[in-house]
Write a protein that binds this ligand. Structure first.
Ligand SMILES: Nc1ncnc2c1ncn2[C@@H]1O[C@H](COP(=O)(O)OP(=O)(O)OP(=O)(O)O)[C@@H](O)[C@H]1O
Length: 270
């Protein structure tokens, strides 16, 4: 991976800053004056009930959805004030992994990962595919996986291939929407470890939408809870879990929350 680029961020400045975000679809208000900071190099887990607006928040930040109001800044640049050229440059610094992986079925895995390199950097095919193979190895896929069609991959392999594509342009920020959904517990745990390895090795910032309590316990530095159209709390897991809120209580202190906590303790002590 390339050297990390120097952004215009001041020390201590959030890498993503969301202020007063509003999102509505017709009469349906999803976000109302939502604020959130994401700090450089952290893995932030974003949780909340179904329909609380986690994916809409992610899409607003990566520029796939134009918010109804408020401001989003990323890497020191305010999204709604960017020229087309600056927007494309900023896009390159973000890798996005969508819920279903979103690989092109007509391309093999290597070609899928090579696509951003060809489109954004205009690399010749052979060079782009060589770099794609490096990325596939980085996410732990065996060499033969590159020649397979997406339909020939297991669920875990699809996630890894999609992660390799999200990493293709050496992003500063990785956005992941439910990366462990549909994986068995062993595959999910391996994915969490991979995420930690990548963050530790490359200093990536990770914005992670998840329902997976194990991921929150093992991989996240901070957790933001979406509730009531806003961020109810964004803090370390121990602070968040003590928040006086019915959803937080059910989620973190219900049976699944307790078993995730026990599993995380056991892993740390092993
Ligand atoms: N393009 C759209 N048009 C209309 N409504 C939308 C659109 N996208 C999202 N919504 C609505 O916005 C709300 C929030 O959706 P979002 O997908 O962000 O929820 P979520 O918190 O990610 O949910 P889940 O955990 O179930 O994935 C939902 O009620 C959804 O129906």
């Amino acid at each position: 991976m390339s050297e990390r680029r120097e952004g215009p961020l001041e020390p201590g400045e959030p890498i993503i800053q969301v202020r007063g975000l509003q999102n509505r679809f017709g009469e349906h208000v999803v976000h109302d004056r939502l604020d959130l900071d994401v700090m450089p190099g952290e893995i932030l887990g974003v949780v909340g009930g179904s329909g609380s607006g986690k994916s809409v928040l992610l899409r607003s930040i990566v520029g796939l959805l134009r918010p109804s109001g408020g401001e989003v800044s990323m890497l020191g640049e305010q999204l709604d004030q960017l020229s087309e050229r600056r927007r494309v440059l900023l896009e390159r610094r973000c890798g996005v992994l969508f819920q279903q992986g979103a690989l092109f079925s007509s391309l093999n895995v290597t070609q899928n990962v090579a696509l951003p390199l060809r489109e954004h950097l205009q690399l010749p095919r052979a060079e782009a595919e060589h770099l794609a193979e490096v990325k596939l190895a980085l996410v732990g896929l065996p060499p033969h996986a590159g020649r397979l069609a997406p339909s020939e991959l297991s669920g875990g392999m699809i996630k890894r291939a999609a992660l390799a594509r999200a990493l293709a342009l050496d992003p500063d920020i990785l956005f992941l929407d439910e990366p462990t959904a549909g994986l068995d517990p062993i595959g999910a745990a391996a994915f969490d470890q991979l995420l930690l390895t990548l963050r530790n090795a490359f200093g990536l910032t990770v914005f992670l939408v998840t329902h997976d309590l194990d991921t929150l316990y093992t991989a996240c530095d901070r957790i933001a809870v979406l509730s009531g159209k806003r961020v109810l709390v964004a803090d370390t897991l121990s602070v968040v879990a003590q928040t006086d809120d019915a959803w937080v209580r059910d989620y973190f202190h219900g049976p699944r929350g307790r078993s995730a906590q026990l599993a995380a303790h056991a892993t740390r002590e092993a």
